[in-house]
Design a protein around this ligand. Structure first.
Ligand SMILES: Cc1cc2nc3c(=O)[nH]c(=O)nc-3n(C[C@H](O)[C@H](O)[C@H](O)COP(=O)(O)O)c2cc1C
Ligand SMILES: CCCCC(=O)C(=O)O
Length: 358
């Protein structure tokens, strides 16, 4: 049969090779990379061979010139939620302006030791209408992403970190001194951004005792912790009065060999003991994956790379299609297990599916 290059993608994984063909190697590798040998990255999808929102991923204009605005429009039409990365290539105000009443926007935070810079971002997110803050807790420093090191990954021109006004200085004086040998400047770089540089700028000293009370002091928005993987941390989140937790291994980009989220989910849900909502991401590629995460107690499921693939291939329409495929596949899974609504999806539903370690 002759290869049909124009065939319409019929599942999320169809988008991956299409996106890869369209992107420069350096950009593709940045999106695709996991840490070190990428064991966790591979395990994420294997373990899932088991409602649907968009996770924060940085630098989306590298995928498509419409970037975060296209994702925002797609999510608005789909009617779920989008979480915008601190490292968006579109200002947070512009992204939410693309939305509508049927979707929800949350803002993802990387906190800085220079807290006024973070407080300013939070105030802007509140003023623009973001409904929750998602503090990413699995990135005190950046994972060892070997393809990025080999490619000399940087944010290509003309894109910039659009949430920071030009000339923003995000290091404290002591950080600036400590990094003097490494960093050429602490002004947010316009076009030569590399991820290691960004991670040098985040506060790697966050603790339960410092981060949560500080956030509560500056905002009334709900606080979600993204990057929880253990029952113990779920229990601590309850004790510290966090509003929700997000089971994630950052798409296998941080600690390689950490377990797949679908395998960690049950324990985390137990630790949360119904006191707070639990979300899940990393490796979700089919509606069955979504179904299994919901059955294990996740309240919502997020996609990272699949949205980037759809964005790369066809902008807003591509993201919309990826979300639509997952939704249809979820509905099929529900019909085949006798679930009339998402609320009917419960742990017993999994007795008829393969265990996640196959
Ligand atoms: C290219 C890329 C950039 C990311 N940037 C961020 C980010 O800025 N903030 C964050 O909290 N998580 C970030 N993540 C992690 C995602 O929010 C999410 O946890 C992960 O991508 C989900 O896994 P999946 O890609 O297998 O769906 C990024 C992930 C990727 C692939
Ligand atoms: C310093 C963080 C960069 C964005 C990110 O979270 C990622 O590339 O995974």
């Amino acid at each position: 049969m002759a290869p049909n290059a124009m065939a319409k993608p019929t599942c999320v994984n169809d988008y991956e090779p299409l996106a890869k063909d369209r992107l420069p190697k350096m950009v593709w590798d940045y999106y695709a990379a996991g840490a070190n040998d990428m064991l966790t990255l591979q395990d994420n999808t294997r373990a899932f061979l088991n409602p649907i929102c968009v996770a924060p991923s940085a630098l989306q204009k590298m995928a498509h010139p419409d970037g975060e605005e296209a994702v925002s429009r797609a999510v608005a039409k789909f009617g779920s939620a989008m979480v915008l990365s601190t490292y968006s290539t579109t200002p947070l105000e512009t992204v939410i302006a693309q939305g509508g009443p049927d979707c929800s926007y949350w803002f993802q935070l990387y906190l800085y030791q220079n807290r006024p810079v973070s407080a300013d971002l939070i105030r802007r997110a509140e003023a623009a209408g973001y409904r929750a803050l998602v503090l990413t807790v699995d990135t005190p420093m950046i994972g060892r992403r070997l393809p990025d090191a080999r490619n000399g990954f940087h944010l290509p021109k003309p894109w910039r970190l659009a949430n920071f006004p030009p000339e923003t200085r995000i290091l404290t004086a002591s950080q600036r001194a400590a990094l003097a040998a490494k960093a050429t400047s602490d002004v947010v770089p316009g076009t030569r951004v590399i991820t290691e540089d960004l991670s040098n700028r985040t506060d790697s000293t966050l603790t339960w005792k410092t981060a949560i009370p500080w956030l509560r002091q500056v905002t009334n928005l709900p606080i979600v912790l993204k990057g929880i993987l253990t029952r113990a941390d779920a229990e601590l989140a309850v004790a510290h009065d966090v509003d929700a937790i997000w089971v994630s291994n950052h798409a296998g980009r941080q600690l390689d060999t950490v377990q797949a989220t679908i395998d960690a989910l049950r324990d985390v849900v137990d630790g949360a003991a119904g006191q707070l909502e639990v979300y899940c991401d990393s490796g979700v590629r089919t509606g069955v994956d979504v179904f299994r995460a919901l059955a294990l107690g996740a309240r919502a499921v997020f996609i990272g790379r699949p949205a980037l693939w759809g964005l790369t291939v066809d902008g807003e329409a591509g993201v919309r299609d990826v979300l639509g495929i997952l939704q249809e596949e979820l509905e099929t899974s529900m019909a085949l297990t006798g679930c009339a609504s998402v609320a009917d999806i419960e742990p017993q539903c999994l007795t008829m599916t393969l265990p996640s370690n196959l």
